[in-house]
Design a protein around this ligand. Structure first.
Ligand SMILES: [Fe+2]
Length: 309
């Protein structure tokens, strides 16, 4: 790499790390129906959307995220996809960092749309993570907590054969389950089944948030409808990339009730242009508690926030 090219690369890298902002640790408590007493208080850490490509995630932020996860001493760690952005090769460098994640029951991962871009992406990423003892779930149900709580890892919503039916049907009706699904739009399809907690990412939280209102992308969509037809076409052209990311921008980040199911969307760690505003990169610490027997399906969850620097 020439001096000028190196300057540009370093400049871009610094720009991205500035635009990304400081890590925030979000703490979430979720009541789970039929959770056995022995599993009450179980803690799961979630990391998402790392985009480890030399630009969109600084090593400093990655180290902070891993340190914050390890400091919490979680029972289990989940990774909800998009480890790379384009070519899958940076996964080897990322896996080397992720091998230092510590938990009692191990680290489990699902793949995001960026992990499937090339024919070699899925096998390469699955193998690289597997080599550091991170198991990638692709339409699988496993029982890392014991036989009374299922962990489901679904293939990406945009992959050609997304079909949760044969996976969800493997779980007995009374069995509580945590479902990992990269794209939160999948919550719509998953309404057909009991999902005690769906963990997603993909949106980066919308990246640019208007405080008290929501992601600017969602507001642009609403604004478009007020404009004249030619203006609508022009604004649509400018924002069409964002329109494609998700249908449900109202689920861009945080906790949502989707009929009887709970959905939590992590804001991710990697950052795209134009950067993040009021939307810091996130590690989520989720504590499972027992659900009050009389509260039925519509129970309450609490979100508490703490800031990690
Ligand atoms: Fe994604």
């Amino acid at each position: 790499m020439g001096l000028l090219a190196r300057f540009h690369y370093t400049g871009f890298r610094n720009m991205y790390s500035l635009l990304g902002g400081s890590l925030r640790v979000e703490r979430l408590t979720v009541p789970i129906r039929n959770l056995p007493p022995a599993l009450a208080g179980l803690q799961i850490a979630q990391l998402s959307d790392l985009h480890f490509d030399g630009l969109r995630l600084s090593e400093r932020l990655l180290h902070q995220a891993i340190a914050a996860t390890n400091a919490a001493k979680p029972d289990l760690v989940v990774l909800t996809g998009d480890y790379v952005t384009d070519e899958p090769d940076p996964i080897y460098g990322l896996a080397d960092h992720l091998r230092s994640l510590q938990s009692r029951l191990g680290t489990y991962a699902i793949l995001g749309n960026h992990d499937l871009l090339y024919a070699r992406s899925q096998p390469m990423i699955t193998k690289a993570l597997g080599d550091v003892d991170i198991r990638v779930l692709w339409d699988e149900v496993i029982y890392p907590f014991g036989e009374d709580l299922a962990l489901v890892g679904l293939r990406d919503y945009w992959s050609p054969r997304f079909n949760p039916a044969p996976v969800m049907q493997q779980i007995p009706a009374e069995m509580p389950r945590i479902v990992l699904s990269h794209n939160p739009d999948s919550a719509k399809s998953l309404q057909r089944w009991r999902v005690d907690l769906q963990l997603s990412g993909h949106t980066h939280g919308g990246q640019v948030i208007i405080p008290g209102v929501g992601p600017i992308v969602m507001e642009m969509k609403k604004l478009r409808q007020q404009l004249s037809k030619p203006m609508q076409r022009w604004v649509k052209h400018l924002t069409q990339g964002c329109d494609k990311v998700v249908q449900h921008w109202e689920w861009a980040h945080g906790l949502h009730q989707v009929q009887d199911n709970w959905l939590y969307v992590n804001r991710g760690l990697g950052t795209y242009l134009p950067g993040r505003l009021f939307c810091p990169p996130e590690v989520t610490l989720i504590t499972l508690v027992r659900c009050h027997p009389y509260s039925g399906n519509r129970y309450q969850a609490e979100v508490a926030v703490s800031i990690s620097r």
